[in-house]
Write a protein that binds this ligand. Structure first.
Ligand code: SAH
Ligand code: SF4
Ligand code: F3S
Length: 451
């Protein structure tokens, strides 16, 4: 099972003198933010994939689980040695751990030059300017009340990319009791739809054919934007202006999934048949303690509605095992829900206590050993169900977008977000082609080009 946490996702090269290396942990929003930082600093730095030749290293951090936070500390330990051999090297910590710890990061790692929170990223060149003038240990973790991404042409992170993310809102107001995101990303703020459309246009002009709209809870998009569209309205606008760009979004909260949005899957030609709809648990008692504000029955009804509206839709989810107070019976209910919902793929996590959240203070924390046993059982269960779902594609012909080429192999994606491996020439990258699915594996399909 793949984890949502992607590691060491490095942005790649171009020219200029001083060199910048960005290391990104965490979710797609962090990937997007790293691209933005690179863009803001483009005139002053060129990106390098080699950490040891960098003049500036930025670590864009994630705080979602304890493990993610620990990755930062072990990385910082290694970077400390680089700084010892190159004293002019600047090291910055950005993202969610930066927001969580602020100035406290300097006492843990005094060789860090600056700490910058996710909503202060757009001020990064100012911080570097101050460092150049001799100021030390700068920290900016201000949370803003406005959407802070300036609308400028979006350069591609890598030449030849065909997929891109566009952040449409920041923050989260849901306060699920296990989750640190509302504390480190602040309140929900939607981005004006004009800016989003301008960015999609810029990306389309540069060859992007598949766009994923990002937010922690995209269904509540539009709150606070007087006279602008809501989320379904935003999808409709993008679909009408860019009918040829594949459109996706993540993440939706089940409590806010409206019939109008479900309807979009049957109606909008560019909207791909894939929905990531995190359920977290199949036990109503645990869902309540998590403050998710829906029941397992409501969730399953939505899954059914989605499949009725769009029979081919891929439904993926997130699950947490070992939330405080979770009994064997609660866990069995999660297995039962997974069986009934027939997820195509799921990301499963052991509950990790996060500072400042409500769940960390709950008395009945689950033993680590029990969490591990439940996770193993759940992963096995998910693998079996996922493979069955993938097997349904064997013998079908699907339209795929070719995303990349390596060693005479192409990697492509279906509208339903299944990865398809095919043999074929490089010049098909960026093209839509038809493939015959020969075989299903656990997390991918093997296809052959149909001429
Ligand atoms: N906004 C998204 C989720 C963002 S975090 C949503 O609500 O769907 C991605 C996933 O990490 C969550 O869906 C949850 O399954 C998991 N997660 C969040 N906090 C966690 C914690 N403290 N321990 C374990 N998993 C957690
Ligand atoms: Fe976290 Fe819940 Fe917000 Fe998702 S909706 S980011 S899980 S608080
Ligand atoms: Fe991690 Fe922050 Fe994303 S905590 S999952 S990088 S919003």
């Amino acid at each position: 099972m793949k984890s949502l946490v992607r590691q060491n996702d490095q942005l790649i090269v171009n020219k200029a003198q001083r060199k910048l290396h960005i290391i990104t942990f965490g979710c797609q929003m962090n990937e997007y933010d790293s691209r933005r930082m690179a863009q803001i600093l483009m005139g002053q730095y060129s990106l390098t994939p080699h950490v040891d030749e960098a003049d500036l290293i930025i670590i864009n951090t994630c705080s979602i689980r304890e493990k993610a936070e620990h990755k930062l500390y072990s990385l910082l330990g290694r970077l400390r040695r680089l700084k010892a051999t190159n004293p002019s090297l600047k090291i910055g910590v950005a993202g969610c751990v930066a927001q969580q710890l602020g100035n406290r990061l300097f006492s843990r790692a005094p060789y860090v030059d600056f700490v910058i929170g996710p909503q202060a990223l757009y001020k990064i060149d100012g911080i570097l300017g101050k460092l150049a003038h001799g100021e030390i240990r700068l920290c900016d973790i201000e949370l803003s009340r406005r959407f802070q991404i300036p609308c400028i042409d979006a350069p591609l992170p890598k030449k030849g990319d065909v997929r891109a993310y566009v952040t449409i809102m920041q923050g989260c107001d849901n306060f699920c009791t296990y989750c640190i995101v509302p504390f480190v990303r602040g309140r929900e703020i939607s981005r004006p739809s004009e800016d989003i459309l301008a960015e999609v246009e810029s990306l389309a002009r540069q060859g992007i054919r598949d766009v994923t709209l990002l937010g922690q809870n995209v269904n509540s998009y539009g709150k606070g934007l007087e006279g602008d569209v809501d989320f379904s309205g935003l999808l409709e606008r993008i679909d009408s202006v860019f009918p040829d760009v594949r459109l996706r979004f993540t993440t939706s909260h089940p409590k806010d999934l409206s019939d109008r949005l479900i309807d979009c899957f049957g109606r909008l030609g560019s909207l791909c048949e894939h929905l990531h709809l995190p359920v977290q648990s199949g036990s109503d008692r645990i869902l309540k303690r998590m403050n998710r504000r829906y029941t397992s029955q409501h969730y399953l009804e939505m899954v059914e509605k989605l499949r009725r509206t769009c029979p081919d839709i891929t439904i993926t989810t997130d699950l947490i095992v070992g939330f405080p107070g979770e009994t064997d019976e609660d866990f069995e209910q999660t297995l039962a829900l997974v069986k009934e919902a027939k997820f195509d793929q799921a990301f499963a996590f052991k509950y990790s206590p996060r500072p400042g959240t409500a769940a960390v203070k709950m008395k009945d924390q689950v033993d680590e050993k029990v969490k591990s046993q439940r996770l193993t059982r759940l992963l096995n269960f998910l693998n079996d169900i996922g493979l069955k779902q993938y097997k349904k594609f064997e013998g079908r012909t699907c339209q795929v977008l070719v995303e990349s080429y390596s060693d005479s192999k192409l990697t492509a994606r279906t509208r339903g977000n299944h990865v398809v491996n095919i043999e074929g020439p490089k010049d098909l990258v960026g093209r839509l082609i038809n493939v015959y699915i020969e075989r299903a594996c656990h997390h991918s399909l093997i296809g052959r080009i149909v001429h």
